[in-house]
Design a protein around this ligand. Sequence first.
Ligand code: AMP
Length: 407
Amino acid sequence: MSVSPKGLQGIKTIRDFELADKVVFLRLDLNVPLEGGKITDDTRITASLPTINFALEKGAKLVIASHLGRPKAFGDKKYSMEPVAQRLTELLKREVILIEDPKSDAVKALLMGLKKTQVILLENLRYEPGETENSEEFAHAMASYTQIYINDAFGASHRAHSSIDALPRIVKNKGIGFLIEKEIQMLDKLMTSPARPYLAVMGGAKVSDKIDVIEKLMDIVDGIIIGGAMAYTFLKARGLSVGKSLVETDKVNYAKEMIARMEARGKSLLLPVDHLVTEDFNSGKAELVPGESIPEGKMGIDIGPQTIKLFSRAIQESKTVFWNGPMGVFENPAYAKGTFAIAQALAESQATKIVGGGDSAAAAEASGFADKMTHISTGGGASLEYLQGVRLPGLEALRPPKTSEKL
Ligand code: AMP
């Protein structure tokens, strides 16, 4: 049994099983972005390849399963796994057979005569309402053809859904794939033995989304940088004017308290010292405000050059950096400079740099520096919840009961 980081205690990995001729149910996160039926970013598919290829090389009969978006009804074509099946066919150079209904006998029938050159892919698990309801009945249907269950869907492991929770609870032989293993090892290292100084770079839209993770990080890190729209709530808490920038009024007191707590612990909290502002979000126009305060009628949309210098220096002085959330409205190239400069500073630093998923992963990708990061998480929500100390249902369902109680 592989026992490495604490978070994986008691959990087997795909290496621990004899896979030859066994039916392996591989729960992946193939929830890729689609536009007009075309995959616009296949990172989640390529990130799953090591586990898929390992299972195939060992001679497993593979049933691959994932959710895709939020379909409204069974068979909702917009969320069909068809494009994923096509991409997998190209990448695996095998025939990928797409099964409409994971509950039907078609799966068992196909498995009986499955050739080495074929792989089964189930249609969008969320076509079945039982998936999000964590249905036992749906889980039993999937378990009826599963000999070994492997979860490698890190990005979905914070959801107690049927294929993540109920199904592995009723399958005896179960474990994780290489992607989850790497994700947890990286996140565990951040929580237990980060090289110091350890800096968290937080950005994005809302303080309220990140309070829990900030609370946890505050104990562990040596310093926190706050950029993005979140920063204006903090600047307001410091009594500065923020114009019409996004502010969460009900979080201003929290921000005040947090500033005081960081000070009391002697930890640094860096906020923007200059800004790019606009009057109209959609105009693509921006002007520089050289100080901390933002004038009436203007809205902060990116950090300014002095802030870039300040934040980059802090990154250079750190040995571990966790980055979550863009520094501005990076989706618009006119407001992306700050975010990309932070990505560059990370790329140039010798630190261990871990990027939280979601928008931060997209920003790292768009900056062109993604390959210079130590690790980019494939799961935004899952990585933040894990860092907060929340137990992920997708991991807990894989532990023997005793280990789960002790942790
Ligand atoms: P999150 O999902 O919380 O990481 O937030 C990411 C979003 O925050 C992105 O879509 C950014 O466009 C947005 N964002 C970052 N900075 C700002 C800003 N100054 N004003 C408005 N939105 C922002």
